[in-house]
Write a protein that binds this ligand. Sequence first.
Ligand code: VGL
Ligand code: ZN
Length: 190
Amino acid sequence: MLSSEVQLQSGDGLLVVDVQRDFLPGGSLAVRDGDAVVPPLNDWIARFATAGAPIFATRDWHPADHCSFRPQGGPWPAHCVAGTPGAAFADGLALPEGVAVVSKAMRDDDAYSGFERTDLHERLQRASVQRLFVGGLATDYCVLNSVLDARHLGYAVVLLTDCIRAVEVQPGDGARAIATMLAAGAVALG
Ligand code: VGL
Ligand code: ZN
């Protein structure tokens, strides 16, 4: 499917996953080329805003001593500590006023999915969202887990393949994550 062929319809919603400074080049958990997702996501944000369709943005919002951080024995450098500059949305990301922000992994447990211990599902239902367009960071963690949960919850998922980038702890993780999402019924767009 090409993005120019897509007609937004009622029931469509946009999910922007964790496009935060710490995941961009220069950030503490920089995703290679992470900043490349911003311009195409801004195009989708503008399209959804023009159509009056709902837009949701998740953010990793950790306590300073989160269990996923290395000093606590976790796999990651400290990142996206709630309220710090690194946890802010990327500077160039043109989120509209009134965007629905969903904070996640706020407690001492790691949650890669935007649906895990949040009210995202309830908020999507309240907005009558049935088809979720998904882009953001990182392909192999929060995008992957959010898309799999969305599919399990019964949403149609359109994966915006030019709006995602992977951490790639192991080479190939990004491609494997995309294959897993497609196998779960997500449709690639881009
Ligand atoms: C993420 C690693 C650690 C993500 C969050 O947003 O994909 N990755 N925390
Ligand atoms: Zn995190």
